[in-house]
Design a protein around this ligand. Structure first.
Ligand SMILES: [Zn+2]
Length: 280
């Protein structure tokens, strides 16, 4: 377990998730013997053992609630088991509860996580709506700490997959802008290392998206092209054959955003750039 600050601790909960990560970061936020648990992992026995051990190491605080930043199972799959063990209600946004249900997963028992202020053990927390990776992702902002629990809007060692149908690149970029406007001292990502230089890190994230945007638009300049062909051009040498369908979904994320902005046209599943644009 990592001590992030006097009032925030992090457990690495073994979970099935996208490589290169093998664990979900769960965070304990609170003080004076009261905490909330954020993102309990996917619910495997090994993950629940980790949570139990770390909770004992923290001195068995009262767990007031279990929050899930978003519905993906590496974050919400363990909510019910953690809620049962700690005798705590478990929360997920309304939009992401609908996603869980749409995937045929059990969305029963979740309370609704709403944006707004809350206080836990004397820690002031603002729940922020930050969609884009999923339709209803919530992030936790602690202004006194300058700390942000970013769910999967930020990952510690890689960029984030934004792919339809869950992902919406336009909304994701708007969320990144909102997060970057906070007076951040650190970011606790959903997976990977704590981010200790948030302004530079988010700057790199936005530069990466912009670079990818330019690259795909350039490939759409001359001819009608399929998402698969684009993915093979963009991710050649970066993704192997098995991962290329994920690459194709990421390209589709860009194309949906471009279509929305009127930058590309679509005809029979092929795309082409229609007009010049700038990024203002
Ligand atoms: Zn995740």
């Amino acid at each position: 377990m990592l001590k992030v600050s006097n009032r925030v601790y992090r457990s690495e909960v073994p979970s099935v998730t996208l490589p290169p990560y093998r664990a979900t970061n769960a965070y304990w936020v609170g003080s004076r013997g009261r905490v909330v648990l954020v993102d309990p992992g996917d619910g495997q026995a090994a993950g629940l053992d980790t949570l139990r051990q770390d909770w004992e190491a923290l001195g068995r605080p009262l767990v007031e609630a279990v929050y899930c930043t978003h519905y993906h199972l590496d974050h919400s799959g363990g909510a019910r088991a953690a809620g049962d063990f700690f005798h705590a209600p478990f929360f997920l946004s309304r939009e992401d509860q609908a996603c869980l249900a749409a995937h045929g997963a059990d969305a029963g028992g979740f309370e609704v996580l709403e944006p707004g202020p809350l206080s836990v053990g004397g820690v002031d927390v603002e729940v922020l709506s930050a969609p884009g990776h999923t339709p209803g992702q919530m992030n936790l902002w602690m202004p006194d700490e300058g700390g942000l629990l970013a769910g999967d809007n930020v990952l510690g060692n890689t960029t984030v997959v934004i792919a339809p149908p869950d992902g919406d690149l336009g909304r994701y970029l708007a969320s990144l802008k909102t997060l970057a406007s906070l007076a951040l001292a650190w970011i606790g990502p959903g997976h990977g290392d704590l981010v200790r230089d948030p302004a530079a890190y988010l700057g790199e994230y936005m530069a990466h998206r912009e670079e990818r945007t330019r690259q795909i638009l350039a490939l759409l300049e001359s001819d009608w092209t399929t998402p698969r062909t684009l993915a093979e051009q963009v991710y050649r040498g970066k993704l192997d054959e098995a991962q290329m369908s994920l690459g194709e979904w990421m390209v589709r994320g860009h194309l949906a955003w471009f279509l929305d902005r009127g930058w590309v046209a679509e005809r029979d599943g092929r795309y082409r750039k229609v007009e010049d644009h700038d990024f203002s």
